[in-house]
Design a protein around this ligand. Structure first.
Ligand code: PEP
Ligand code: MN
Length: 347
């Protein structure tokens, strides 16, 4: 249930509504806009009685029952798109944002070359894993804190914001010291202890869709982070597991408009993990721009043939630069379409 307060309701009036809701055994969570406060109601209780009682309060404008199992991330809760700021960049706003960099941080030379190259080509954020979730326990597991320090160094030199993966709730504080955006990998989409801890991390979170997860499950995981106090969640389609073996995963491109219909959160596309093949990355990226994703996260390595992880799907710096150039006309159309959507929303 979502309660919209009347414009300019006073603090006392808001508190009175909150108290009445809590009296019915529910928990409340409010989002305070400039003119209006919206109160989300979650938990188990007598919905009909609560709804009737709240509707009768004079300071309440409207009460809406939300049918979806996810509340705070649903479109019913918030109509306008959520814009997420990280190190001066806005995701979900008026600009198409590209995040790029290697799968793993491997050395100072590698991450500095990658950072300088992707910045020059127009990326706004540097990706790179310092903690790596690997299918085999014998594969490279990441440079851990040393890798985080190298990411910081690359940020200091290039000005790029940093996005990097956090794998356990125990590492949240450590990773938050270095990252502008905390990445939750596909394998951890339902690590609920991690999601709860990220609710309190004070940084935006990029939540990747699980290998075999539905859109609804992805939204329920986003709801965990939001319900625990952090509304800044970016969703990421990165391909799902199907019977198809021609690609590493199957890119569920329609999940992007599906998510835009269901949630106000920004949605980006990872064409690298979605395909597993460098040659397919530019085409799938174009599809991502055309279908209205809010951005891309792309694997780029200065020498993909030497990459410790995911070399086959990584672009080299020249390929990335070319891809960014080739995307420009698509991004220009994207900009036009965002302006049209903004005008339509204002009417
Ligand atoms: C990654 O971004 O390198 C990664 C491990 O991705 P995913 O969690 O989508 O497999
Ligand atoms: Mn990878």
């Amino acid at each position: 249930m979502i309660i919209s307060m009347k414009r300019h309701a006073t603090r006392e009036e808001i508190d009175e509504v909150r108290a009445r809701v809590e009296h019915f055994g529910y928990k409340v969570h409010s989002i305070e806009g400039e003119e209006r406060v919206v109160i989300g109601v979650v938990g188990v209780g007598d919905v009909a009685a609560c709804l009737e009682s709240i509707e009768a309060m004079p300071q309440v404008e409207k009460v809406v029952r939300i049918s979806a199992p996810y509340k705070f991330v649903s479109k019913e809760f918030r109509k306008q798109k959520t814009r997420i700021r990280a190190n001066g960049i806005e995701i979900g706003g008026d600009e198409f944002v590209v995040m790029a960099g290697p799968c793993s941080v491997e050395s100072e030379k590698q991450i500095m070359q990658a950072a300088e190259g992707v910045a020059k080509a127009g990326a706004k954020m540097l990706r790179g894993g310092a903690f790596k979730p690997r299918t085999s326990p014998y594969d490279f597991q990441g440079m851990e804190e040393e890798g985080l320090k190298l990411l910081r160094k690359a940020k200091d030199v290039t000005g790029l914001a940093v996005i990097t993966e956090v794998m356990t709730d125990r590492d949240v504080d450590l990773v938050a010291k270095y990252a502008d955006v905390m990445q939750v990998g596909a394998r951890n989409m339902q690590n609920f202890m991690l999601l709860k801890a990220l609710g309190k991390c004070g940084r935006p979170v990029l939540l990747k869709r699980g290998l075999s997860s539905t859109v609804k499950e992805l939204l329920m995981s986003a709801e965990y982070i939001t319900a625990h106090g952090n509304p800044d969640v970016i969703l990421c389609e990165r391909g799902i597991r199907t019977f198809e073996t021609a690609t590493r995963n199957t890119c569920d491109i329609s999940a992007i408009p599906v998510l835009h219909e269901l949630t106000h959160l920004p949605v980006i596309l990872d064409p690298s993990h979605a395909t597993g093949k460098r040659s397919l990355v530019p085409a799938v990226s174009r599809a991502g721009v055309a279908i209205g994703a809010d951005g891309l996260i792309v694997e780029v390595h200065p020498a993909p043939e030497k990459a410790i992880s995911d070399g086959a799907q990584s672009l080299d710096l020249a390929q990335f630069e070319k891809m960014m150039r080739d995307l420009q006309p698509y991004v220009a159309l994207w900009n036009e379409s965002r302006k049209t959507q903004a005008l339509a929303a204002a009417h």
